[in-house]
Ligand binder design. Sequence first.
Ligand SMILES: NC(=O)c1ccc[n+]([C@@H]2O[C@H](COP(=O)([O-])OP(=O)(O)OC[C@H]3O[C@@H](n4cnc5c(N)ncnc54)[C@H](OP(=O)(O)O)[C@@H]3O)[C@@H](O)[C@H]2O)c1
Length: 332
Amino acid sequence: MPTPTREIHLVARPSGLPADGDFRTVEVDLPDPAPGEVLVRNTVLSVDPYMRGRMNDVKSYVPPYRLDAPLDGGAVGVVVASEDPALQVGDTVLHGAGWREHAVQPAKAVRKVDTDLAPASAYLGVLGMAGVTAYVGLTRIAEVREGDTVFVSGAAGAVGSVAGQLARKLGAAKVIGSAGSPEKVAWLTDELGFDAAFDYHDGSPAKLLAPHGPVDVFFDNVGGDHLEGAIFHMADHGRVAACGAIAGYNATAPVPGPRNLAMLVSKRLTLRGFIVTEHHDATDEYFRVAGPWVANGDIRHRETFVDGLDHTLEAFRALFSGDNIGKMLVRL
Ligand SMILES: NC(=O)c1ccc[n+]([C@@H]2O[C@H](COP(=O)([O-])OP(=O)(O)OC[C@H]3O[C@@H](n4cnc5c(N)ncnc54)[C@H](OP(=O)(O)O)[C@@H]3O)[C@@H](O)[C@H]2O)c1
């Protein structure tokens, strides 16, 4: 018997911040799993800034979402029917068929997760892509070293909050963060051990970062004025891990670049972008290195939950107004 279920389709390419009319919730009958497949009831969905880029019809490192088809993205759920001996009914799994209540997936496309180690939702954040991204950016891109001063933009988000704490564990002497509210700033300094943090609504990052430089490593999640501000305060031979540029994701025209790029030359800076999914071996390494720090509380994390499939778009849009502290998730 097919399972009736709901999924969210993209029906129009958004211009600017995605609008309700760009999406439709569709009821479908899921087929029973075929041999080698499992049926998963999703319990938590991830919404991520990179999904905004996939809503555009442009060639990038991941293909655009198709119109009139379900969106996808990270999800965790429980196996409710299995036609593969590797997975049992009741197993909790991580997979890529989010934005929907149920998914039929090949067993090899889902990964069983250990819920004794951490709640399932953590595998979408601190023990998932966000954590690995922070690790790759610091260790393989910016190559953080003992004694470095590290600045993290978007520091109270999923990636940024891990990046700041990891930087310290990897030897940074001083960690500075920027975020979008006093509550977030207090979380960074009072609970996560950042040495300093500022709310970028209080002035330009160039001005607010000035008392804390020079910066050896900049882990940039925001771009725009944050990148320009950081370049002003980078130390000679500083390294920038360009992780994201969320300030421009909803822009309807090309965003102007930093006006001080000539400082890349005068300060002999390295600015290097990266995509976490290219670093296939990094997940195991991250679990080995940072898993114990997450388990013993040296690396702390927070999750912001929005409830119900009908609120998935709201949760996604809230990434751009900064309503999340830590990882933004949708609980079904
Ligand atoms: N390179 C990779 O492989 C990779 C992988 C994962 C994520 N990323 C990137 O990493 C960044 C963070 O992703 P995440 O999943 O951890 O999301 P997140 O930081 O948990 O959520 C997004 C945050 O961005 C901030 N923000 C939104 N608009 C802003 C603006 N105009 N100016 C300044 N801050 C703004 C908001 O916080 P405030 O309240 O502080 O404004 C919001 O909470 C994104 O740029 C994402 O694209 C890259």
